[in-house]
Design a protein around this ligand. Structure first.
Ligand code: ADP
Length: 139
């Protein structure tokens, strides 16, 4: 079974959208294999988004991601990585398809409410960034 890392970003936690967003994952048949709320430090956000460190939006993105609590989850299921990305929609909410999470709740290209791993390699890095084996439910 494939696993992906999902994050409910500070803009969505702030607006009480945790239940709504996790509900969309569950309705689509994804199972929650691990779940917690954390507040990243600036350094913690920089480590998570390390691949984007040369991008112009890196300072702002890491400020945003450390600005308040986030909910991190491991979602599990067949084709979980693509399935969760399809549910999220395009990075820029203005360009996201109708019915996607980012279309419904994203505020702008940075404060776009959710994160999802984009490949098996990034899923492995990102899951290990937040969860130990002990915190993972094996279904
Ligand atoms: P995705 O989250 O859809 O995989 P990226 O990996 O390209 O998108 O970017 C990571 C995150 O960086 C985005 O979700 C968004 O929060 C932020 N971001 C991406 N592009 C921009 C941009 N042009 N301006 C500001 N923030 C951005």
């Amino acid at each position: 079974m494939e696993q992906t890392l999902a994050i409910i970003k500070p803009d969505a936690v702030e607006r009480n959208l945790v239940g709504e967003i996790l509900g969309r994952a569950e309705e689509a048949g994804l199972r929650i294999a691990a779940l917690k709320m954390v507040r990243l430090s600036k350094e913690g956000a920089q480590g998570f988004y390390y691949v984007h460190k040369e991008r112009p939006f890196f300072p702002s993105l890491t400020d945003f991601m450390s600005s308040g609590p986030i909910v991190v989850a491991v979602l599990q299921g067949e084709g979980a990585i693509q399935k969760w990305r399809d549910l999220m929609g395009a990075t820029d909410p203005a360009k996201a398809d109708e019915g996607t999470i980012r279309k419904a709740f994203g505020l702008n290209v940075e404060k776009n409410s959710v994160h999802g791993s984009d490949s098996p390699q990034s899923a492995a890095y990102e899951i290990a960034y937040f969860f130990s084996e002990l915190e993972m439910v094996n279904k």
